[in-house]
Write a protein that binds this ligand. Structure first.
Ligand SMILES: CC(=O)CC(=O)O
Length: 266
């Protein structure tokens, strides 16, 4: 008979055995990371509909960040692409008060990183096909789609290197990233949840070089028939007005995730 060992960590299917739990200092290195971030201000009341109680918006700003990750240690040197949509938010709890990016949704193009980041650390990850960057210097293009239906096109145009001062500021702010999420594990047989809790997932990045340019974000709403599990998420995001866009930023460097420093916020 399989028996759980309380001193071990497990992932489903747990009954094939556990592993030694990584200590709090464990870090996951993404050694070749290219990220492009698009940001725009939007309607505050409309955006607040998607931010759970306990968090408050710092600014009514939507950040859409595309990342192409390669040379990932824990994936044996493999990689994946993602599109993360987040808002600047503050958690005002009894014990914890901190600012970070509350993550509304992350689309990823591989299963393995979806599972870990989602059930273990509360990042709301779902699947999409996400293109590698298509590059015609100085322009960068990508799309996200679901079973053949494109719902997001991102374009960075006229990329040029940032000055040293901007690079230094980016290096400082990337040194600590508070990714904030809401971990929700539905109750078997429902309604309600077995777990429903705010979480902190600490991360940081070493920015080696960066570019700025203009950007376009094009959402395309899908019907239920085209994307039965996600159409409502895409609709909610596509309906947020793009009021003012800020320059698009591309960075190259290393990303370091620290899931074992993650915690439930109180
Ligand atoms: C380790 C993973 O599964 C990736 C993540 O936490 O985002």
């Amino acid at each position: 008979m399989f028996r759980f060992d309380e001193s071990k960590c497990y992932r489903m299917p747990a009954h094939f055995g556990g592993f030694d739990c990584p200590g709090p200092e464990a870090a996951l290195y993404y050694r070749d990371a290219v990220s492009i971030t698009f940001a725009y201000t939007t309607d505050e009341n409309q955006l607040a509909n998607y931010v759970p109680e306990g968090f408050e918006l710092v600014r009514p700003e939507l950040n859409i960040s595309y990342s192409q990750f390669r040379e990932i240690d824990w994936m044996a040197g493999g990689g994946y692409n993602l599109v993360q949509v987040s808002v600047p938010a503050r958690y005002n709890g009894k014990r914890d008060q901190l600012e970070g990016q509350f993550i509304l949704v992350v689309w990823e193009n591989k299963t393995w990183p979806i599972l870990g980041g989602r059930e273990e650390t509360g990042i709301p990850k779902i699947y999409a096909d996400i293109e590698d960057l298509h590059i015609i210097q100085p322009n960068y293009y990508t799309t996200a789609s679901y079973e053949g239906n494109t719902f997001l096109r991102l374009e960075m145009l006229g990329a040029k290197p940032v000055d040293w001062k901007t690079l230094a500021q980016m290096q400082t702010s990337a040194a600590t990233i508070n990714a904030l999420g809401w971990r929700y594990i539905p109750r078997v047989g429902g309604p309600g949840a077995d777990l429903s809790q705010p979480i902190l997932y600490p991360q940081d990045a070493e920015v080696h070089s960066a570019w700025t340019g203009s950007g376009t974000v094009k959402w395309t709403q899908l019907s239920w028939e085209q994307n039965p599990g996600q159409w409502h998420i895409i609709k909610a995001l596509a309906e947020l007005p793009m009021l003012e866009t800020t320059p698009t930023i591309m960075s190259k460097g290393i990303v370091i995730l620290k899931p074992n420093k993650g915690r439930v916020l109180k």
